[in-house]
Design a protein around this ligand. Structure first.
Ligand SMILES: Nc1nc2c(ncn2[C@@H]2O[C@H](COP(=O)(O)OP(=O)(O)OP(=O)(O)O)[C@@H](O)[C@H]2O)c(=O)[nH]1
Ligand SMILES: [Mg+2]
Length: 350
């Protein structure tokens, strides 16, 4: 079995690339699986892969490094249940320092014919700024995490190349100059064809990079500057008002976040009814046209899973979500059930 671990900052496109790689492999008749990972417990990415009917296991409540035992067990579980030939594992986007504590030990345990690789993804718009020495829309400590995620991997995907078609080759050249020893790919991950060159690189199984020498001071501080909020809601708007209610809820939360002028690291929703499951995403770099992604056919009961990761105080994020729920649901007389909200700043054990 090949194990491909994917890292890189929140919202860089890991899940998108993995699903399109999985689709390509499934079309070739390969057996596949995916392991999701997050500091939270109700994960949009797990729901998304599950809805795509990919064998999925989840490492919740912390990164692969903090949950190494659980990660090993989930790998073993998928091996038993789905016997994947190719297994992807998506690391939580605030995590760095995986090669030394996780990947090298896993590779040492793996059978001789098993390949373990590590790829980091970067949003081309953030990477371009970073390579030009311009500030990212995040603090120095959070930027330290972003920069070390790039540094750590020996395969670096410069992702969302379709968003900067003119500047892409220039960014690639600058990245080559900065990272001469890495395998670099300029990629759009929106289609299986887009991820094919990356899959080809993974297939050659380049050896793992050496462990990263990381300063845990700024890493711990950077993680603690982020707020994490997860909640799953189920509600039944009046017939015909389902879609509008979901649009209002998302718009209210976006507006609240934008008013704070604090950067969104990644705001994700998984919207589901009996017939559909749709993922929506918003990052610090904007969101594009999102309303049209919400299906007209949405019918009650509707469930909305919210994963919000933003650079702000936890209580402020919690209050913003509560305000959006009041505005879009309670004030409109729409009752909702909730799994209960979890809100915290991610901890990084040194
Ligand atoms: N235009 C464009 N958008 C992309 C590409 N890859 C991902 N996206 C979009 O970027 C957003 C974030 O993508 P995800 O795949 O959820 O990112 P992620 O790295 O898995 O995010 P986390 O799991 O929260 O860290 C989504 O809106 C995707 O549709 C790409 O190659 N081009
Ligand atoms: Mg993801």
């Amino acid at each position: 079995m090949d194990l491909h671990v994917i890292g890189g900052f929140l919202g860089s496109g890991k899940t998108t690339a993995i699903i399109n790689a999985l689709r390509a492999l499934l079309a070739e008749g390969r057996r596949v699986g995916v392991i999701t990972n997050d500091k939270g417990r109700y994960q949009v990415d797990t729901a998304f892969f599950g809805a795509a009917e990919v064998p999925t296991a989840e490492v919740p409540g912390g990164c692969f490094r903090c949950n190494y035992g659980d990660f090993q067990e989930r790998i073993a579980q998928l091996q038993r249940e789905a016997r994947p030939e190719v297994l992807f594992a998506e690391s939580v986007g605030s995590c760095v320092d995986l090669v030394g504590p996780v990947l090298l030990p896993l590779a040492a345990l793996a059978k001789e014919d098993a390949r373990v690789t590590y790829t980091a993804f970067a949003d081309i718009r953030l990477l371009r700024r970073h390579l030009a020495g311009l500030p990212l829309p995040f603090s120095d400590n959070i930027t330290y995490i972003f920069a070390n995620q790039l540094q750590e991997a020996n395969i670096l995907v410069i992702n969302k190349a379709d968003l900067l078609p003119e500047e892409g080759p220039e960014v690639l050249t600058e990245a080559r100059r900065r990272f001469p020893d890495k395998t670099l790919l300029l990629q759009s991950s929106l289609t299986s064809a887009g991820v094919a060159p990356w899959l080809a690189v993974l297939h050659t199984a380049p050896p793992l990079p050496p462990a990263l020498a990381l300063d845990y001071g700024p890493y711990i501080a950077g993680a603690a500057e982020l707020a994490w909020f997860d909640e799953q809601l189920t509600f039944a708007p009046p017939p015909g008002a389902e879609r509008l209610t979901v649009v209002r809820l998302i718009a209210a939360l976006l507006e609240g976040l934008q008013q704070t002028a604090r950067p969104i690291a990644h705001l994700k929703f998984f919207i589901q009814d009996a017939g559909t499951g749709v993922k929506l995403s918003f990052t610090a770099m904007g969101e594009g046209e999102w309303e049209k992604l919400i299906p007209q056919t949405l019918r009650a009961p509707v469930s909305v899973l919210i994963n919000a990761r933003a650079a702000m105080a936890v209580e402020n994020l919690r209050a913003l979500v509560a305000q959006a729920l009041r505005g879009a649901l309670s004030d409109a007389g729409i009752a909702y059930q909730s799994t209960g909200a979890t809100a915290f700043a991610p901890q990084v054990p040194a």
